[in-house]
Design a protein around this ligand. Structure first.
Ligand code: GUN
Length: 302
């Protein structure tokens, strides 16, 4: 069997088109567009490239966007004051503080200072709690799990009554996606198991999965014989395993590998996400959707 590829690059385009259309409609009817601010502290090349892409995507869908770059030695107090400024700014619907932050700043303190109704990353404890309750309580699901659920829905994979096994228990992927898939509602109603580094028989759990979501950060962790024939395999891993010269640009680029042995797995699975081009492009896309939702909540449209 050759699995159907679930391409994040294609689903991203569909969703960004939908967002662009909706932003135009809201602008015509209400005279406002969503506003997103990204706060970048320091100049880590990886963070710069993420923030640049977020700002470019926000611009593409018609948002107003502010890139607020701060020096690496900004004090915690000044950063908190900056967040407070954007909490009060009526034109801003989404505040994103790019992580990781420098060591002298307490991440938790900063994330907890963001107004939960502008926390489009979905990292604030209030939004984590809202996600746990589910249903109408949910405002901003964290972007990567939100993207995974959307990919599963758009690929037409049945989730109701499905056995979902999540490999990994991080706060940004494993725990929230497991919580989302167990709720009532579309793309959910599943029976969910979370497995992790202390799980006794990882293979036995994976073999039961109708939907296998792997976010462990270990290249090729999941072997083809762990996959149930016809299963939907979502690979969240982005592991840099080396470097190569790009044929297109001649520049040195990273060789990326997922957490699943893709070449072998695609012969057994029914659906599979590639790495790169699978889950990766969905995270920024869902950040845009959360920012649009934030404005819609404010306007009473949701
Ligand atoms: N750094 C890496 N990924 C993320 C993300 O999703 N949100 C934020 N704020 N920082 C990140």
């Amino acid at each position: 069997m050759t699995a159907k590829l679930i391409k994040g690059t294609e689903i991203r385009e569909e969703i960004l088109e939908e967002i662009t259309r909706e932003v135009k409609e809201i602008k015509e009817k209400h005279g406002v567009v969503p506003g997103l601010v990204t706060i970048l502290v320091g100049s880590s090349p990886a963070s710069i490239s993420y923030v640049t892409l977020k700002i470019k995507t926000a611009h593409r869908v018609g948002f107003t966007e502010i890139q607020d770059d701060q020096p690496v030695d900004i004090s915690e107090e000044d950063l908190l004051a900056l967040i407070e400024k954007y909490n009060k700014d009526e034109s801003i619907n989404g505040i994103l503080v790019q992580l990781p932050l420098p060591k002298h700043i307490d991440d938790k303190k900063i994330l907890n200072a963001i107004d939960p109704d502008k926390d489009v990353d979905g990292f604030h404890p209030v939004n984590v709690g809202r996600l746990m309750i589910g249903g109408d309580e949910v405002k901003f699901p964290p972007c990567t799990p939100f993207g995974i659920q959307e990919m599963i829905i758009r690929a037409g994979v049945e989730t109701s009554g499905a056995e979902v096994v999540v490999v990994g228990r991080s706060n940004i992927v494993g725990k929230p996606i497991a919580n989302m898939m167990v709720q009532k509602g579309p793309g959910a109603n599943a029976t969910v198991t979370i497995v992790h580094t202390r799980t006794k028989d990882l293979a036995a759990h994976c073999k039961r999965a109708d939907i296998l979501i792997v976010a462990a950060g270990v290249p090729d962790l999941v072997k083809p014989e762990w996959i149930k024939p016809g299963a939907c395999v979502i690979d969240v891993g982005v592991n840099r395993v080396g470097e190569k010269i790009s044929e297109k640009t001649g520049k040195t680029i990273a060789i990326l590998k997922g957490d699943v042995d893709f070449d072998a797995a695609k012969e057994i699975a029914g659906y599979i996400t590639p790495v790169p081009g699978g889950v990766g492009p969905m995270t920024i896309t869902m950040l845009m959707l959360n920012t649009l939702k934030s404005l819609k909540f404010k306007l009473g449209l949701m």
